[in-house]
Design a protein around this ligand. Sequence first.
Ligand SMILES: Cc1cc2nc3c(=O)[nH]c(=O)nc-3n(C[C@H](O)[C@H](O)[C@H](O)COP(=O)(O)OP(=O)(O)OC[C@H]3O[C@@H](n4cnc5c(N)ncnc54)[C@H](O)[C@@H]3O)c2cc1C
Length: 358
Amino acid sequence: MKEFDYIILGGGCAGLSLAYELEINKKLKDKTLAIVETRNEYKRDKTWSFWKVSNHNFDDCVIKSWNNFSINSELGSYEVVNNEYPYQTIDSGLFYIKVLNQLKQNKNIQFFKNTDQLNLNNSFIFNSIPSKGNYQSNLWQHFKGVEIETSKDIFDDGIFNLMDFDCDQRDNVHFFYTLPFTKNKALIETTWLSKLDDKLLNDYDIQLEKYIKETLKIKNYKINYQEEGAIPLFYPLNKSEKNKINIGSAGGMTRLSTGYTFLNIQNHSQYITNNIEKIQRTKAYHIGKKYEFLDNIFLNVLKNNPDKMPKIFLNMFKASSKTVIKFLSNKSNLIEDFLIISKMPKFLFLKAIFKIYD
Ligand SMILES: Cc1cc2nc3c(=O)[nH]c(=O)nc-3n(C[C@H](O)[C@H](O)[C@H](O)COP(=O)(O)OP(=O)(O)OC[C@H]3O[C@@H](n4cnc5c(N)ncnc54)[C@H](O)[C@@H]3O)c2cc1C
């Protein structure tokens, strides 16, 4: 059996971000690290976007960044001007190349396909593999996106569309999301906030084609890239143990109201790296109890009043773009939290609070 000081289970976004952070901060000069990852090859499989409210290591993997964005509902389109925090999009393919090139320079780091040859007892483990469970009836953000290319210049690449609710809701919350990378290339996603047990919602290709042709009025296009996924809007039941920390989605790094995870993973990696010498005695990292509480209320409102959500999202962004961005990126102060809460329909939110404590 092989022994390592550290073992990272799952070499995806969180596992590789942590390994990279440890490596560039020279924490693996005299320590050994095994990364256990089942995939055979790394290629672009996700497009990570977020408001850059804090620094991270991957500015050179950003394919596009915007200041302004719009939100559409059947009531019309609302444009948000945001000069403070750019919205960045990272190509996971570029991220994997950058991280793997850096890691292969250190002989103390080795990759494995499984844990068969590893002694897990004497190592500190960072786990990013979600626990298996029957979570179908929980709330998920599930989606499919296509990157399309048109022969003519069609898109305004100076502004992206965060949410277009002016579409078939089917008693759930549904919106389209459009990221124009250039004037003739854009990622368009159909996104649902719902349980996973209603397979009728999964006709993503039909939804996308209809939206591209009928709403965006694009008749001729080719698809360059596709991605599909489901982000849990609940915390998976991954247990923390004495010699183990859960990271990534498995470690509760997803903001439940939005699905945003990437920047929280980077902050968690920095926290672990700063404390690596005393990791056994280090307090667990949390996005924040306040956000957990508020997101649970928000999701309760969403579950029971899906039809009200487009208006609630719109009102939130009308409050103050800087405040909402900070709130959704877990950087808001108490005054900003109150400003956001004041924009919510009071009766629905009070009902949801009572439901949580029921
Ligand atoms: C398509 C998609 C788009 C997303 N877009 C955004 C976004 O725009 N912004 C944002 O903030 N978040 C986004 N997310 C959410 C989140 O940022 C990503 O899911 C992110 O990849 C989570 O990182 P992770 O390391 O927890 O999981 P992953 O990146 O999925 O890594 C887990 C790794 O574990 C490996 N693995 C699984 N089982 C085993 C096993 N038994 N043994 C060994 N290895 C195993 C997998 O192959 C994988 O590489 C998106 C998610 C998806 C699915």
